[in-house]
Design a protein around this ligand. Sequence first.
Ligand code: NI
Length: 269
Amino acid sequence: MALSVESIFETLWNQYIKINPQAQKIQTLLQNRGEEVINDHIALRTFNTEKLGIPSLAKVFLKLGYEKAGEYDFEKKKLNAIHLQHSENPNYPKVFISELRSELFSDETQQIISDIDHQVDVETVNDDLFVASGRSWDLSFEQYIQLLRESEYAAWTAAFGYRANHFTVSLNHLTTFFMLEDLNSFLLENGFVLNEVSGLIKGTPAQLLEQSSTMAAPVNMQFDNANHVIPGCFYEFAKRYPLPDSGKLYQGFIAASADKIFESTHTAK
Ligand code: NI
């Protein structure tokens, strides 16, 4: 398959629904109502090492006509992030890429991240499909738990590697739902479990972005010495509001509410 925006997202989507089949079920449910599902954005996660940092995930999208359109500082989660938008086609998903600021964590955590970094070969990073290369390193369950103590984000990234953390349905492109509340009710009625940390909807019309998401699907993950069931990926839903001056839909991301969306992959208590 030749490299194109479509082929990259198809690869990422197929990889994503393998461990998050609820996303495919929801997409089919919406399509059965006559909806065409357009993705608002996908999210990718990494560590801020020289080899694995944001630029290594961004490069394939930049090659395909994407441009950097926003930069974020998630202080509480200790993350840097950017978002990319396609220069010509607004219906292509935005790409949200974040990286963990490894230096702000304990020596033990930094050592695990450094071990991961050493095990990823340069050819993997240079490949166009690096963003969908999954986990190419060994990880013990003890290491996963050590990371989880300090950062859910670090633990998820170490366990799942390079793949979409979530896809996000654009509510603005749906024709049979106008409010995010209506879509949430529809999903709850159909038996899906939504993330209720700080309420079903994160963000407000005044912040120009409202988002909700499913809880992450549990995944049977293979570690070095044993298998354990851990939280995988979630499916997100976003409604954007127009900017007061131009009337164009806001295209950015909100730090305060995204902090809460990150909690969708927290281990269920
Ligand atoms: Ni998102």
